[in-house]
Design a binder for this molecule. Structure first.
Ligand SMILES: [Zn+2]
Length: 243
């Protein structure tokens, strides 16, 4: 799937006036297409392989360190281009003083983490489950409806687009979105259209989201499946000894 491009560069954490920012550490910018990455592996070997797509990586962001790891790989979320600005009054504070251009774009970490939390909430609702918080929908049906509303609020700003590149390539049909956060929601929509379901890894110490490729899949990776069985046989043996 073709899409508009997003940018990434070297990002680090920097505190400015008491607020922590993801700050570009290089002026080299690399462009990539968030929707034209290879599809997720059926069951990858290692947990870390869920970082190979921006949306599955975003679902795993919980700390400032995770956020800077994400930004180094996929770029910032682009919250400055979203009207609902996650607690930031205008897009001006997102740019570093006196130096213009995308590569000088910085992003407040608290806003980034709030966006990641909200993204997890959307995925939880779409699974028909109640996330933590107040004013929650009661039934699985209501949860899914609430999740669909959240997803749709982002999809409204994404649009199909066409350009004519001349022969031999001809028409190029693409999707365009205003921010990487929008692309993450668009990827969730693509998963829905392809029947891929989000699930939580049953190996407790992992417990992260992954995309199920078959309805019976219980673990995000071969690594988690192996560790789960190892732990289980250890405790089974101990229980036998107690008997
Ligand atoms: Zn796992």
């Amino acid at each position: 799937m073709q899409s508009g491009s997003w940018f990434r560069t070297e990002y680090g954490l920097q505190e400015v006036a008491g607020r922590l920012y993801l700050t570009p550490a290089s002026s080299e910018v690399e462009w990539y297409q968030p929707l034209s990455l290879p599809p997720p592996a059926k069951q990858p070997k290692r947990q870390q392989e869920w970082q190979e797509w921006p949306h599955t990586a975003l679902a795993r962001v919980r700390s400032p360190g995770d956020a800077s790891g994400f930004a180094r790989r996929w770029g910032p979320l682009g919250l400055g281009w979203i009207e609902k600005s996650f607690g930031v009054p205008s897009k001006q504070p997102f740019f570093m003083p006196r130096r213009k251009g995308l590569c000088r774009y910085r992003e407040p970490v608290d806003a980034f983490l709030r966006a990641a939390r909200e993204f997890r909430r959307c995925v939880t609702l779409l699974r028909g489950e109640r996330p933590e918080g107040k004013r929650l929908p009661k039934t699985p049906q209501d949860c899914k409806t609430a999740g669909a509303d959240m997803l749709s609020s982002y999809l409204r700003d994404c649009r199909p687009f066409v350009v004519y590149c001349g022969e031999p390539s001809g028409w190029e049909t693409t999707w365009q979105a205003p921010s990487l956060l929008h692309y993450c929601y668009l990827l969730v929509w693509l998963d829905l259209t392809r029947g891929r379901q989000w699930h939580i890894c049953e190996h407790r110490p992992c417990g992260e989201f992954f995309l199920r490729s078959r309805p019976t899949q219980r673990f995000c990776s071969e690594q988690c499946e192996r560790n789960f069985r190892r732990l289980k046989s250890y405790y089974d043996k101990r229980l036998k000894k107690v008997d």
